[in-house]
Design a binder for this molecule. Structure first.
Ligand code: NDP
Ligand code: 2IT
Length: 449
């Protein structure tokens, strides 16, 4: 798809020249601009107020050195990032990613998408993202702790309960949030809910751990129903085996699907009897082991080296839940050839632009990340509310609110798609619906903001 609107074209060309090396960021912006084109054509006030020029530039990007001492007494240095992208509708909100592939482009694409995702939740949260190129794999608990403390020593200067509220993402789970929170509290001498995804004993919300995977299935279920389908009896393939994938497996199974394949960055497993949630949880949350270990528990399962082959496993619904651009055109072709009926993105931007186009052209219902994985940050928003009110809701209360939010998101994005003349195109619907609220808030708050 090519941009036709001159204003958008000019913005895209200038941005891709200015940040030529930031491939992931440019990719995320491209999809967004293509989606909002019909809206921009109809609303000259956005161009007049320079909304696009402003929305593609972060309000603030903080880059910092993170030095820490490893178990051998050696000094290590990593790069830390926090991109505070947009605070028009609420304090910056978004996860922290610890992975060797983290760079400014990755954090900017994640922060950019977070703006619209958070808007879709209906909760007052702006967009932000952060992280570091630190690799948690193979590090001891003490090394993780020292890294998190050093990272937070700088980050603490820039965040706060009404300023910026980080959470987890790849490589950041309950253990890391605990270390980060402890250091933040030590430095500020104040207990506030400045991080979400906290442990239940110190202000965390029930169901936050499950929220992204559950929310993904709740939204996917709405999409399936709207297209005369149901999880019941479906074969599902879920890539990844981290937080999102694990709980997507549990909920998809509860809803009647059979999850036949899951993966990590080394390879994938196939279990024709349906992958056992409890085994994955044990391997990943307790043992922190590789997915290959599944065969020690279920010897009848199969392990295949290399993660990209997972898309050759025949399935009715594919749910990429690992990382960006993990589902490319080759993967899409394999899925389509095997008769895939729906795709729902658990990870952020897991499907390349070309692969997304292939699914849309084939008429496959496709739930984009911004909408489909918004259940995690939505429940983070619910954690912030509980912290502010100094009370805790039950698991069922939070789960019910999460379910309501996902049903609402589905409705809003499908309505928005229809309104701009692209019925059924949820990529367009999610970008348009997420954008309108943010753009209108920016308009109301004036240019110098
Ligand atoms: P985890 O760290 O818990 O798990 C990540 C999983 O993805 C692991 O199985 C990991 O395999 C795999 N993976 C990571 N990077 C790569 C890579 N470069 N190539 C292949 N596989 C990879 O992270 P989450 O489950 O939290 O996050 C997964 C995705 O979901 C991310 O895109 C994240 O941004 C997104 N997301 C997360 C939310 C949350 O609440 N946690 C909310 C919304 C979106 P390995 O162990 O081998 O590295
Ligand atoms: O990508 C995401 O939405 C997250 N990693 C969750 C962010 C959050 O603040 O809970």
């Amino acid at each position: 798809m090519a941009l036709k609107n001159e204003y958008l074209k000019k913005n895209y060309e200038e941005l891709s020249a200015r940040y030529a090396e930031q491939k992931e960021f440019i990719q995320a912006v491209r999809e967004f601009l293509e989606s909002v084109e019909p809206l921009i054509d109809e609303h000259p006030e956005y161009e007049k107020a320079g909304i696009i020029e402003r929305i593609v530039e972060p309000e603030r990007a903080i880059l910092f050195r993170v030095s820490w001492v490893d178990d051998n007494g050696k000094v290590q240095v990593n790069r830390g990032y926090r991109v505070q992208f947009n605070s028009a509708i609420g304090p910056y909100k978004g996860g922290l990613r610890l992975h060797p592939t983290v760079n400014l482009s990755v954090i900017k694409f994640l922060g950019f998408e977070q703006i619209f995702k958070n808007s879709l939740t209906g909760l007052p949260m702006g967009g932000g993202k952060g992280g570091s190129d630190f690799d948690p794999k193979g590090k001891s608990d003490n090394e993780i702790m020292r890294f998190c403390q050093s990272f937070m020593t700088e980050l603490a200067k820039h965040i706060g309960p009404d300023t910026d509220v980080p959470a987890g993402d790849i490589g950041v789970g309950a253990r890391e949030i605990g270390f980060l929170f402890g250091q933040y509290k030590r430095l500020q001498n104040e207990w506030t809910g400045t991080l979400t995804g906290k442990g239940l004993s110190y202000g965390g919300s029930l169901a936050r751990t499950q929220a992204t995977g559950y929310g993904l299935c709740y939204l996917a279920n709405e999409m399936l129903h709207a297209n005369g389908m149901d999880f019941k009896g479906m074969r599902a393939v879920i890539s990844g085996s981290g937080n999102v994938a694990t709980y997507a497996n549990q909920k998809a199974t509860q809803l009647g699907a059979k999850v036949v394949a899951m993966s990590d960055s080394n390879g994938y497993i196939v279990d024709e009897n349906g992958i056992d949630f409890n085994v994955i949880k044990e391997i990943k949350e307790v043992k922190r082991a590789r997915i290959k270990t599944y065969l020690d528990y279920v010897p009848s399962a199969k392990y295949v080296e290399g993660c990209s082959g997972i898309w050759t496993v025949p399935c009715d619904i594919a749910m990429p839940c690992a990382t960006q651009n993990e589902l490319d055109i080759e993967g899409a072709k394999a899925l389509l050839a095997n008769g895939v009926k729906a795709v729902a993105e658990g990870a952020n931007m897991p499907t390349t632009l070309e692969a997304t186009q292939a699914f849309l052209e084939a008429g496959i219902p496709f739930a984009p990340a911004k909408a489909a994985n918004a259940g995690g940050v939505a429940t983070s928003g619910l954690e912030m509310s509980q912290n502010s009110m100094r009370l805790s809701w039950s698991f069922d209360e939070v789960d019910e609110k999460l379910h309501g939010i996902m049903v609402n998101i589905y409705k809003n994005i499908s309505d928005a798609a229809e309104k701009v003349g692209k019925p059924g195109n949820l990529v367009v619907g999610a970008n348009v619906a997420g954008f309108i609220k943010v753009a209108d808030a920016m308009l109301a708050q004036g240019i110098a903001y």
